[in-house]
Design a protein around this ligand. Structure first.
Ligand SMILES: Nc1nc2c(ncn2[C@@H]2O[C@H](COP(=O)(O)OP(=O)(O)O)[C@@H](O)[C@H]2O)c(=O)[nH]1
Ligand SMILES: [Mg+2]
Length: 215
């Protein structure tokens, strides 16, 4: 067997330190954006968190920043209809509306899905998209579709598996490999994965280090 592609990211001690130092600074909410012309000036790099509704985007931002109520997390899928901008030092962290199932009228959903896709394919200062996937399920067709959009827009994306605390140990490797098989078809996929739990704190320091490496 050859070595599997897409290993789990293992940042160096120096990278971990840089991550801790970056996220020790205060993250603040900048604005909620409902249309492309409402995006803040593209005067700094940004990273975004994309993924299906309820995958854990907002919870992950809260875990990274250590601020529980910063990004609004919700049990009701598809409630975030805006692109939410947070400022962290010389970087923007961007919480995107989810895709897939949403608890809102079709026309409203279409509008914000369009916004999310326009953002993902048209934001020049977007340094990397973190594509969140529920670690219990692996990628779904709709994730594959967004990956295709990112390929075409040449936006590098890195997969972050969420809710690791809910995965049975026996299922973990199978789901990781299923994820790798999908990523292997996507040229824009960054070749390392991050496995996280916002609940337990797993992988949060790793993701901080990855982001600090981009800042
Ligand atoms: N067990 C567990 N639940 C999580 C985790 N992250 C998020 N959740 C839960 O999943 C639901 C959706 O989270 P949210 O951050 O609002 O997802 P979003 O729609 O992608 O922003 C909430 O009930 C969260 O408490 C995690 O790491 N572990
Ligand atoms: Mg959210």
């Amino acid at each position: 067997m050859t070595a599997l592609p897409f290993p789990l990211a293992e940042p160096s001690d120096a990278a971990l330190k840089a991550g801790t130092a970056l996220f020790r600074q205060e993250t603040t909410f900048l604005k909620g954006v409902v249309a492309m012309d409402g995006l803040p000036p593209d005067d700094r790099l940004e990273v975004c968190f994309a993924g299906r509704s309820n995958v854990g985007k907002s919870s992950l931002i809260n875990a990274l920043t250590g601020r529980r109520g910063l990004a609004r997390a919700s049990n009701t899928p598809g409630r975030t209809q805006e692109i939410n901008y947070f400022t962290l030092a010389e970087l923007y962290l961007v919480d995107l509306p989810g895709y897939g199932f949403a608890n809102a009228p079709v026309r409203v959903v279409e509008r914000w899905q369009r916004l999310m896709k326009d953002y993902l394919s048209g934001r020049a200062t977007l340094r990397r998209a973190f594509l969140l996937i529920d670690a219990r399920h692996g990628p779904k067709a709709v994730d594959d579709e967004i990956m295709g959009l990112l390929d075409r827009a040449a936006v590098p994306f890195q997969t972050v598996l969420t809710k690791a605390d809910k995965v049975k140990a026996a299922d973990r490797d199978r789901i990781l490999d299923a994820t790798r098989a999908v990523l292997a078809r996507h040229p824009a996929a960054f070749p390392e994965l991050v496995l996280t739990s916002s609940e337990k704190g797993t992988g949060i320091d790793t993701l901080r280090a990855v982001i600090a490496g981009l800042a």
